[in-house]
Design a protein around this ligand. Sequence first.
Ligand SMILES: NC(=O)c1ccc[n+]([C@@H]2O[C@H](COP(=O)([O-])OP(=O)(O)OC[C@H]3O[C@@H](n4cnc5c(N)ncnc54)[C@H](O)[C@@H]3O)[C@@H](O)[C@H]2O)c1
Length: 313
Amino acid sequence: MRVLVTGGAGFLGSHLCDALLAEGHSVVCADNLLTGRMANLEHLLDEARFEFVEQDVCRAFDPGKIDYVFHFASPASPADYLKHGIETLQVGSAGTLNCLELARQHHARFLLASTSECYGDPLEHPQRESYWGHVNPVGPRSVYDEAKRFAEAATMAYHRYHHMDTRIVRIFNTYGPRLQINDGRVISNFMKQALRGEPLTVYGDGLQTRSFCYVSDEIEGILALSRFSEHLPVNIGNPREFTVLESAQVVLQVTGSKSTVLFEPLPQDDPKQRKPDITKARALLGWEPKIELRRGLELSLEYFRGAVQSLSS
Ligand SMILES: NC(=O)c1ccc[n+]([C@@H]2O[C@H](COP(=O)([O-])OP(=O)(O)OC[C@H]3O[C@@H](n4cnc5c(N)ncnc54)[C@H](O)[C@@H]3O)[C@@H](O)[C@H]2O)c1
């Protein structure tokens, strides 16, 4: 296949490009480098089956004949989407419609990278795909949450009205090499602080929970979904739940750091609990994550050391 990956210079998009190339496909990556980095793709630039196009996907473009569109373009971390609120709304709405139209013109399949943020601050725990969510439509995070909810609605509309072959993956918190060191999320924050010997910042009492999926597990799940005919959303994430304080302990053990913990006030709309119910992915795709947090952090340690070093140089 010839595959278009939007947002391919980002954390997940670049791992997806690697995995698609390893499966023998040709990959066109379209990215405007808003939050992504060419460094994530450096190792692919000599690859004959790989092409990079610097492109804002909110604007019309035609990458030539394509068989599959993986639409991953969007700021993803709270730090990025709060800084680029309007761009986040644009890429989720105009960008998604544009990419759906592109897929329709080429009779290509389409997979949307959606998010657990569609569930907002959930009243149902763990979150099943059938839960419609508890989202504040006018809060600071709404630029991301509502953009993704619109993107899901647009994807379902192209499936229903144009009979397009579409998929929606609801990605839960994923980490691993190439995660932006300054993205403000739990793992990158803690790894950075631990490796610098600074106190680990815990918001609130640290008893709020998170689940963390290692990147190779996440990409395997996404590819399994891309091959399976299910049009409604499917959660892909790791259901093992950690309190933020527990995850701080694991980071301290893996890094061997002597850092302490510093408590700060909870930001507005910070979700208290986040844990995927992956019954659907297990049943449909036979997929489940294999790499537990400690192992995933060990696999990421060298990357984080390098990223911390380049921050200080
Ligand atoms: N990483 C996670 O834990 C996570 C969780 C849930 C959902 N997701 C989704 O997965 C996708 C990728 O996330 P990520 O963590 O790799 O983020 P990232 O910021 O590393 O990558 C996003 C990429 O999209 C590009 N981009 C943004 N706006 C664009 C535009 N208008 N045109 C072209 N390119 C544009 C950025 O430059 C960047 O390379 C996003 O859609 C995100 O919402 C990620």
